[in-house]
Design a protein around this ligand. Structure first.
Ligand SMILES: C[S@@+](CC[C@H](N)C(=O)[O-])C[C@H]1O[C@@H](n2cnc3c(N)ncnc32)[C@H](O)[C@@H]1O
Ligand code: SF4
Length: 458
């Protein structure tokens, strides 16, 4: 896929990543613990019936300067213990509000670096989950791991605790790039880690790469992609580095070293896309690649891929997401609820009130329709007005009105060969995939309000 520089210039602007709709910048601090509790009870009668759980561990032994995640360093053992106790208290309280007949199908551990805390804590939390939720037979339990803290015995323990998927954060294989972002390299040779993960029977193994970091060149990133392909994992993600120093002051320090230009960044995207496709990977959503036969690829084929704060997921296995831990975001059908971001304040609030809501949002029916439209574009590269109308039991005219689906508003994209509109269907071409955030923004009535700071769309 050739990336057209003029198109990048034309469409490069800031915009939401649409991991939720409305985006988190719209969440309201008046949304309280009581509101969340009501929404959890309401969620029992909403779809889907199966449930997902997200566990956030906001601690890293060392903070990478590029990082956009909510995480802290310098924690002590007693503090970590209080944090784990708080997460367990929160799980116990919330699980009592959820109908017992709802199956738990997907569990995701993110951070921070969940694999850098003592494994006895991971075991305590997983044991609590087994105690209070009814795991479906083919549940998926995944964990994000930084290879700087990953040893063979850890992989064995994760298997023993019931994990079946591991995502390894690599970012780049070059030590000078890792040094520049204040990140330690893998403790063991990465090939041995990936082999051990496979030998232990984990499936859907993923590696994260980031392009646009200081000291990366177009050629060096090609070599990183070559090495990633050699590792032969089922999934690979290539994130475009999101630089938002006004929100994340830690990123400011990287400006002293400098970044690849937007032209170089586009070439990195283009080269990696071509290399992954040539070696048999299928492109999923904006930045994910998976092997044919992987659950992601099957979901894309069936137009059933969707997206949440944890990344892409398949409708088959994911449900409403109940999130635990500081800063974590629950994503129910009719609401979002985010916990207090600071770990010490989160612990204090849980110790007092069982819940620790910082802000949230009640989603109305019209916004669910916009959310579905955006999700369909971002994940499955198409939008069918009739399908959405059927799902929400309303007329297609109503859907067209809500998302302002007027072909005239897409003339620039059509002119540039990025998409086509036939009857009530919009299809994004391969050339348009880099611009899905821009296309999705046209359906978003809230975009005019310009609430919050976003990263560049490309
Ligand atoms: C919680 S981290 C992964 C787990 C672990 N802490 C690690 O670093 O390996 C989630 C992923 O988000 C991506 N990420 C973090 N900050 C980013 C940024 N500013 N722009 C783009 N991707 C970013 C990285 O690829 C990272 O692996
Ligand atoms: S990239 Fe991972 S290890 Fe680095 S600071 Fe972010 S969460 Fe921590």
């Amino acid at each position: 896929m050739k990336v057209d520089e003029n198109l990048i210039k034309k469409y490069s602007k800031t915009g939401p990543r649409y991991t939720s709709y409305p985006p988190a910048t719209f969440f309201d601090e008046n949304f309280s613990n009581i509101d969340f509790e009501k929404k959890i009870i309401q969620s029992n009668d909403e779809n889907p019936q199966n449930i997902s759980v997200y566990i956030h561990i906001p601690f890293c032994p060392q903070i990478c300067h590029f990082c956009g995640c909510t995480t802290e360093s310098g924690f002590t053992k007693p503090f970590l213990e209080r944090y784990v106790d708080a997460v367990i208290k929160e799980i116990t309280y919330v699980s009592k509000l959820i109908n017992k007949n709802r199956k738990l199908t997907q569990i995701h551990w993110g951070g921070g670096t969940p694999n850098a805390i003592s494994y006895k804590y991971i075991e305590r939390i997983t044991n609590k989950l087994y105690e209070v939720f009814d795991f479906s037979q083919n549940y998926e339990m995944a964990i994000e791991c930084n290879p700087a803290h990953l040893e063979f015995r850890h992989i064995e323990l994760l298997k023993k605790f019931g994990f079946n998927r591991i995502s390894v954060g690599i970012q780049d294989f070059r030590n000078d790039v890792l040094n520049a972002i204040n990140r330690k390299p893998s403790k063991l040779p990465i090939d041995d880690i990936i082999k051990k993960i496979k030998d232990e029977g984990f499936t859907g193994t993923n590696i994260d790469l980031v392009y646009g970091l200081p000291l990366q060149t177009v050629d060096s990133f090609k070599k990183t992609v070559e090495k990633a392909i050699d590792l032969n994992t089922e999934r690979i993600v290539t994130f475009s580095y999101a630089h938002v120093p006004s929100v994340l002051p830690r990123q400011k320090i990287l400006e002293k070293i400098g970044f690849p230009s937007s032209k170089e960044k586009a070439l990195m995207y283009e080269n990696s896309y071509e290399m992954f496709i040539k070696s048999g990977y299928v492109s999923i959503g904006m930045d994910h690649f998976s092997k044919p036969g992987d659950e992601f690829e099957i979901a894309l084929k069936n137009k059933q891929l969707h997206r949440n704060f944890q990344g892409y997921c398949t409708r088959e296995t994911t449900g409403q997401v109940y999130a635990f831990g500081a800063s974590s975001i629950s994503q129910l059908d009719s609401a979002y609820s985010q916990n207090i971001k600071n770990a010490a304040k989160y612990i204090a609030e849980i110790e007092k009130n069982n819940l620790a809501v910082f802000r949230g949002y009640s989603v109305i029916k019209e916004q669910k329709i916009v959310r579905d439209a955006i999700n369909s574009i971002m994940c499955n590269y198409y939008l069918d007005i009739n399908e959405i109308a059927d799902k929400y039991f309303c007329s297609k005219e109503k859907v067209i009105e809500i998302i302002d689906f007027d072909p005239k508003r897409f003339e620039d994209f059509i002119f540039d060969g990025l998409l086509k509109i036939e009857k009530n269907k919009l299809t994004v071409f391969e050339k348009g995939r880099l611009f899905t955030r821009n296309i999705a923004m046209r359906f978003d009535p809230l975009i005019k309000q310009k609430v919050g700071t976003y990263s560049n769309t490309i």
